[in-house]
Ligand binder design. Structure first.
Ligand code: 8DG
Length: 137
């Protein structure tokens, strides 16, 4: 049976409404695909605690966790990923790529130009739909 993992991803937005995108390195699973920084939720952790821990480890900075954006179950070849994404804001530090091949601030409207991990697509679609709704309001 495939492993089932619960994963959190941080949608970190800055004041220019750019989103922090992280490139998985060639030696990771899902190599060279873009993702939201984050990782597996450990036992006895809430998603919020897990996000704060992962962001401290991966980006060496502190975030405040806001509203949930999307929850997705995606079946990969080797694993089933239950991905929860949350809006986050940096409260301390400057993001530094401790584990990723690259970090890039990308305008919301250009997010879909990157090649994303498949489980991330519903979150991207939601962010883009929310932006269109806001612009039409
Ligand atoms: N952190 C993160 N992981 C994601 C995203 N989308 C997505 O499918 N994943 C997958 C990749 C991994 O299989 C899993 C996250 O685990 P992880 O961040 O601890 O990844 P890892 O490479 O250290 O783990 P592993 O798969 O090598 O065991 O979820 C995302 O946006 N952020």
């Amino acid at each position: 049976m495939k492993k089932f993992v619960r994963v959190v991803g941080a949608v970190i937005e800055n004041e220019q409404q750019h989103i922090l995108c992280a490139l998985r390195s060639p030696n990771m699973t899902l190599p060279n695909l873009w993702e939201f920084p984050g990782g597996k939720i450990e036992q006895n952790e809430t998603p919020e605690q897990s996000l704060k821990r992962e962001i401290a480890e991966e980006l060496s900075c502190t975030v405040e966790v806001g509203e949930k954006i999307e929850e997705v179950v995606h079946e990969y070849e080797a694993v089933i990923v239950n991905l929860l994404t949350y809006k986050c804001r940096i409260t301390e530090g400057t993001p530094t790529a401790e584990e990723h091949a690259e970090l890039r601030w990308v305008p919301l409207a250009e997010l879909n130009q990157l090649e994303w991990a498949p489980a991330d697509i519903p979150t991207i679609d939601k962010l883009l739909a929310d932006k269109i709704n806001k612009n039409n309001a």
